[in-house]
Design a binder for this molecule. Sequence first.
Ligand code: MSP
Length: 509
Amino acid sequence: MDNFFISTAISYTNGPPHIGHAYEVIAADVIARFKRLEGKNVFFLTGTDEHGLKVQQKAIKLEISPQELADQMSGNFIEMGRALHCSNDDFIRTSEERHKKAVREIWLKMKNNGDIYLDDYSGWYSLIDEAFYNEDELIKDDKGKFLSPNNTPVEWVEEQSYFFRLSSYQEKLLSLYENNFIQPKSKMNEIKNFVEGGLRDISISRKGLDWGIRVPEDDDHSVYVWVDALTNYISALKWPEKSDLFDNFWPGDLHLIGKDIVRFHTVFWPAFLLSAGLELPKQVFSHGFILNKGEKMSKSLGNIEDPMSLAKTFGVDQLRYFLMRETPFGNDGNYSDELLINRVNADLSNDLGNLSQRCLTMVKKNCDQSIPQKNKLNNVDQELLNLVDRKKASIIKLMSSYQISSYISEVFELVSDTNKYFSDQKPWDLKTSDPARMNTVLWVSCEMLRRIGILLQPVIPIGSSKLLDFLNIDSDKRLINFLSDDYVLESGKPIKDPEIIFPKIDLIK
Ligand code: MSP
């Protein structure tokens, strides 16, 4: 069977999930669900990154232990995933023993390969990014104070530290970038330039950090949180144990991450893997950030959107649909209630919802609540049905290159073509004049709804399964393969009582 391993970044447990975290896990879920529809054997992984100074300091502030904080927060992330109907196969926590074992092992492998040495570190560190910076990478604020390239505060650090010989990997990394390892291309160029500029060895331990995994054979040091965190992608596959899970899913197919952590995934991570003698993941895709009405979300601005309460207010499918449809995947996007309401009302309530409601209500009333009789198809009918055949390959290709928003927009073209067909053919007028033709028009419309329903499952799993349930489609006949003409709707099969799937949302002032 064709295997596919997709992972998200693992989230820090120093705060609860926000809409940016939801965005990433929903996108990964859409891709995972789509791959399953293609018949692939998918392993979809997400989790929490629990160690490090940032989490430790937050716990001290709350007067609880870092483990208690991590337990609470990872609970919130797990709950968010469930609430948003994310279909992850595992949830890795870096405080789990299975993970710690893998981190110690990858450290030893890198060390045995001669890539780790002890030295003195002096330089800048950003706690928020959990990253070391060279002075030439820093920017100055208006008071002349240094900031990291992500605009976060930095502090001067001088301590004994273990180093990783990143400098030895420049050539190998550059040849890795010759393929499509980094997406989108703009990010690839940025990373390529960075690596071409020369790589220095990096510090990979912190002295005196309590909340971390101890360096093997040296209790005074803890493993730098990024060495720890990145290893989750293989510890969740049971590495270093020999297992079918690891054999089937490593090298991973896709690490889906935000644009702020590309360097860690495309420079550090492949270098660590090369050093440890492990295969490299096939692709890293960097998505954009969700902004709140154009502004970066932050605690100090008080503009952090809670995905759970948005899903409660507007609906799970509605939130998923908006986040995936509104912005081309890879670009930054904007959140506001108004944008969501307008998008959902226009596409889900008006276009898709009305089509299914009008069509299925007519079927219920006029066709004995069963799939209508399909009589002779004319050119118009055939043309509409052929559209799916003609467009299928290009629509699928969009999802294969993770152009999620374009995929959705293409499927909604089919919705609007079907709406136009329905209005033009006026089945309500045919009721008395030509009932056989009315049946055919309703059959064609139902058949289009079946195909649209199949294609929308990854994005709006709740609404599309309702739609496919109304049409009484067997649950094992909802895969991409069943889009073909060989599996069209069976006339006479009873349908379920249709209901409104996407009620219109009132604009909140
Ligand atoms: N713990 C690290 C990742 C380690 S992966 C081995 C981390 N955690 S995070 O909680 O800060 O971010 C988790 C993911 O959410 C990252 O991919 C990050 O880019 C993404 N996002 C954080 N804020 C975001 C938005 N506002 N919008 C979209 N994604 C954002 O980084």
